[in-house]
Design a protein around this ligand. Structure first.
Ligand SMILES: NC(=O)c1ccc[n+]([C@@H]2O[C@H](COP(=O)([O-])OP(=O)(O)OC[C@H]3O[C@@H](n4cnc5c(N)ncnc54)[C@H](O)[C@@H]3O)[C@@H](O)[C@H]2O)c1
Length: 392
């Protein structure tokens, strides 16, 4: 077998672990991917596992170890709550199964590090479900940044309104608790935008964070914001919240050679006629600036969604395609989110790379001190309607 091909055969045999809202959505999406075959499902809720197993006529399990031992799968997609993901992923990788993890890899970067290291040690693939990387404007923005079109980043801004109801938070016992989720908006609703933000702006070197629970009856943050400093001297700001709705999702990246402006699905790119530092000192004109011209972008209207990441993962295993969202890149936005909370807690800026031990201590403290009692409501596993693929 070609060394780049990790799985033999026309299709990857995929098991889904955690078939609640999102996991069930993934099972329904797979019919769009010719390179995959759903071969088993697992959920600790027996009735959930049975319902989904029956719906897709595949064996169901209530323990991930049983699914792994069944040898029915080449790879697993893990869509459990994030804090239980690392142990499941590591068990799967130790059994030489490839892993596609839902986002975020984990609730804390230390255990996500372990996932990435295990994948390397065992020679298996690890990818993260960051499907928005394939959304046409973002795929184009990432391409532009990688080509050097922006130059050195001097300023970044991100705004991420991610409105959720109280009923959403009450729908799962694990949601929005320190023990069950390990964080709020930065951990569950904004990871996609945070991921795109770091793909485009790079990782900061220093973070000053502020977190608040302003509206919802939850114990973790429904608002988070941070001031950032970058290794090249640039600065940035981001804000995310599950209280804010309406338009305004935006990312802006200003660099020495150009500017990217994404707002509400529209991407604009401005190229400078000369780099800002060169122009500033070369010109003799008193009132002048480099020409800042909007460049029309050719953004092909490709389809994207969860299925596109599943397909890329399978094509990586079958044909050696480059992974769109490899596990090691999934560490970045998680590390940033952890840093924001640690800084908010300490009341001072924190440096990156994040001191993992300090974050572990902070999170363990939050979990130990928690006195929050969740509203008594039945657990519901409801797939976000926007994540359900129409039938073929
Ligand atoms: N990529 C995306 O667009 C996207 C969208 C929604 C959710 N998610 C992610 O998917 C994950 C799940 O979210 P959800 O909304 O589906 O939650 P959910 O509560 O609806 O489903 C989680 C399921 O995991 C099961 N589970 C818990 N522990 C388990 C274990 N040890 N083994 C097997 N099954 C276990 C639960 O019983 C439940 O059925 C979260 O990490 C979330 O961030 C990603």
């Amino acid at each position: 077998m070609d060394a780049r091909k990790r799985v033999k055969g026309p299709q990857v045999r995929l098991g889904v672990i955690g078939v609640g809202g999102m996991g069930a959505g993934h099972c329904s999406t797979m019919h769009k991917v010719p390179e995959v075959r759903l071969t088993a499902v697992c959920d600790i809720s027996e009735s959930t596992a049975k319902t989904i197993g029956k719906k897709y006529s595949v064996p169901c399990f209530t323990s991930h170890q049983e699914l792994i031992r069944s040898k029915l799968c080449d790879a697993v997609l893990i869509a459990t709550p994030h804090p239980v993901r690392p142990d499941i992923a590591i068990d799967a990788m130790n059994a030489r199964l490839h892993v596609l993890s839902e986002k975020p890899l984990s609730e804390r970067v230390l255990t996500a590090d372990k996932m990435v290291k295990t994948a390397g040690r065992k020679g298996v693939a690890l990818a993260v479900m960051f499907q928005r990387r394939m959304e046409p404007p973002f795929a184009k923005a990432i391409e532009l940044v990688k080509s050097g079109a922006i130059g050195t980043v001097w300023r970044t801004t991100m705004i991420s309104p991610e409105y959720r109801t109280q009923a959403y938070y009450d729908s799962g016992n694990w949601r929005a608790t320190w023990s069950g989720e390990g964080g709020g908006v930065m951990m569950n609703q904004s990871p996609h935008v945070l991921d795109l933000f770091v793909q485009l702006g790079g990782m900061p070197s220093e973070v000053t964070g502020r977190c608040e629970t302003r509206l919802h009856k939850i114990e973790v943050e429904d608002v988070a914001e941070a001031m950032l400093r970058y290794p090249g001297g640039g600065t940035g700001y981001f804000y995310c919240s599950t209280n804010e709705l309406g338009p305004g999702q935006m990312i802006e990246i200003f660099g020495t050679h150009g500017k990217l402006c994404y707002r509400d699905k529209q991407l604009k790119y401005y190229r400078f006629s000369e780099s800002v530092p060169e122009f500033t000192f070369n010109t003799k004109a008193v009132w002048s600036s480099p020409e800042c011209k909007e460049e029309m972008l050719d953004i092909p209207a490709t389809e994207w969604g969860h299925y596109s990441i599943i397909q890329n993962f399978c094509r990586h295993l079958l044909h050696g395609d480059r992974l769109v969202s490899p596990g090691e890149e999934g560490l970045q936005s998680l590390e940033l989110a952890n840093a924001v909370w640690l800084s908010a807690h300490l009341g001072k800026p924190v440096k990156l790379p994040l001191n993992r031990r300090a974050y572990e201590k902070f999170l363990a403290g939050k979990r130990a001190e928690s006195t929050f009692v969740k509203a008594a409501a039945p657990d519901q596993r409801v797939t976000d309607p926007s994540h359900i693929a129409p039938p073929q």
